[in-house]
Each structure stands twice: as C-alpha cells, then as structure tokens.
Ligand binder design. Sequence first.
Ligand SMILES: [Mg+2]
Length: 428
Amino acid sequence: MKIADVRATTVTVPLEAPLRHANGAHWGRFVRTIVEVETDDGIVGLGEMGGGGESAERAFAALKRYLVGHDPFRVEELRFKLCNPTASLYNNRVQLLAAVEFACLDIVGKALGRPVCDLLGGRLRDEVEFASYLFFRHPNPTTGAGEVRTVDQLVAHALELKERHGFSTHKLKGGVFPPEYELRCYRALAEELPDDRLRYDPNAALPLEDAIRFGRAIEDLDNDYLEDPTYGLHGMRQVRAAVRVPLATNTVVVNFEQLATNVRDPAVDVVLLDTTFWGGIRACVKAAGVCETFQLGVAVHSSGELGIQLATMLHLGAVLPNLTYAADAHYHHLADDVITGGKMPYAAGRILVPDGPGLGVTLDRDKLEHYAELYHRLGDYPYDRDPVRPDWFALVPNQSWADPDKVTDVAQIPGLRELRRSVEGAAW
Ligand SMILES: [Mg+2]
C-alpha cells in the first residue's frame, strides 16, 4: 500500500462565543485544516491541524512530494522523513507530522478493521473523562448571552456546563484579568462546586511573584494542579519549590529533550500530552511511558479540536495506564462539527472512545463544504490578539490585564454576523 494523494481543506467552525485567553482570543470560531491522505487502493485517512487562526493548506501541499509513494504502515519512518531534528531546523514540521500520523494510523486501522487504540497497545477504558474548560468569554452579539466576565457569570457558566455535560472537574483559563481578580473567580468556583476538582491555567502569563502568591492562596482547595502559572522551566521550578500544589505544563515540556531535563531537575509534576504539539499520538504514548517510569503525572491536553482531533485524544486517553486526571477539550464550546452525526456527546462528563475502524470518525461532506465556504468568506484571524484591545499584545510576563468592569463592545469583533448566519438553530 502506498500514499497516492494528500488533500487539505481549511474550515472555520463557530464557537458559542469568543473565548479569551492570556494572549488574545479565539474570535468566535476555530480555523482548522482538515487533511485527507488517500492510498493507491482507495483508503482515505483523516488528519486535522490548527489552533492559531490560520490555514495550513499550503504547508500540506508542500508535503505531498515527501508523502506520495510512502507506505502508510511505516509511521515511524515519517518522523525522520519529515522531522529529522537537524534537517528540519528551517522548516519545523512537528505539527504537520502529527496530522499526517493521525491520517496514517486511520488508514492502518481501516485496512486492518481495528480502531486506532488497538494499534497502540489496546484500550484500558471505553470512555475518557473530561474537565469543563471555563473561559472568560465575550458575549454572543445576538442575544448578549454567553458572556463570562463577572464572578457570577463564571459560576453560572460552570454550573450550567456541569448540568448539561456532567463535568466534575473544572479548568479555569485565566491570564486575562488581574491575578487577584482571577483568584476571586477561582475561589468562587471552589465554593459553589464543593465536591468537584479544579485547575487553573493562566498560560504562563503571571510574573513569578504573582504565580507564587496565587499558588499559596489556593493550597487549601481541591486542586488537580496549577498549570503554567509562570513562564520557563526555571520559573516553574521556583514556583514548585514555594507552593504545595502540583504543577502541570503544556508549554515548557513539549518534547523529549525538555522531558529529559524535567526528569533530571524537576520543574513540573504533570506533563500535558497534546497529540499535535508532540507530533502525533504515538509520541504522546512514548512520553507517557517515560512519565510512568519516573512517576510524573500525565493528562490529555487540548489545543483546540474538531471531531478528528478529538478522536486522537480519545484513542490516546484510552491506552494510557497512568492517566489519572480528566482530559481537557475546547469541544463543548463549539457550535458544530464536520464529522458525520454531529458533535460527539458527553455523558457524565465522559465521551466514548470510538470503536469503528481507524480513528472511528467520518467526514460529513456537506458540513466540510459549508465551513470551508465560511472560511473563504472570513479568512484567518490573529489568535494572539484580542479584537476588543486591538493595540495590546502580551509581554512575558504580562503587565497589562483586561479590565473586568469593562463591558465588551461586540461591534469590535469582525465576522460575527457571518458566523450567526452560518449556524442554523445553534447558540448563535
Ligand atoms: Mg495550558
């Protein structure tokens, strides 16, 4: 079997409301590149990439010359064909490799009639638990609903998500408002959700002293971990020495060199495995093995996903023996998906691991076309800018926080009318 063709289609899929984070915002939608790798005997494997608000179509077109003629069963070889660590210094292709790996594993699974988790050691669980991913959100321009800015709005949002999807772990994405305000928000969540677990992630935006102050102020709560409170392995090491809460990262341990450093001189306790950032599902499984050996925790990270990427996270979550934390996903913020059957449902905060061959998801061609067309109308967006603070960009550490008393003027966010028109019957 050989790869005969590689196709990439950029889509933009609306979110229920624009999501704010430490560097800017998702402007009411995700931009994702859907990859289809076709073999000479007609099997099509699916991959997905994105998150930064831009299309990767041209990058995948450039990979075609490397991939056509390659046997998709030879997945390990691709690491060196595409990502040899010295040959790819000019063209870093780790995230491209990940999408191609997803597609090749999908092909192999389809060829063998087995789900991808069976290629990775076999499933240890049939469903994966997820945390509610709580963002501060700009409001929906039509209804004014969906805004999360005040403490009361945040608590109501968490309770509603718990009611709707059954979450019992909650992650607050911070780094937007001043740390003392976000501390009030976090403690309010703990008070209103006394039986649930919490985690806080300001995307490494806090100065070291504020990170330590925040960590010490939540030591009495039921924390999973404090995620990237400040930037850098050395900064995290200093927080870890000063705070009695486990530290997690998806920022400073995202490859094997950094993992080795963290084993020799620990800076974090929990490594968040992202199937895109690490270069594929298999790399995450290998990293989890290192973490198991050295008694580091692991969890499944979300860098934004539609159903194809979510399937990679589910197959990863299914096979990790040392997965003791709920996974993260942006998925419940999406208004729609491009896979057949629509969005995968949560039950009791969990999603079933697909059991069809390969990744176990198929493309809904009408949806793909619809959201590709929407992308052609709206184009990219700058993920690392906030549309309502157009002159601001984040320093590391950040020194200019958004004002929690300032009501968002949604007219400043372009494209929202188009988004509203694009999702029939959804929250827009
Ligand atoms: Mg994070």
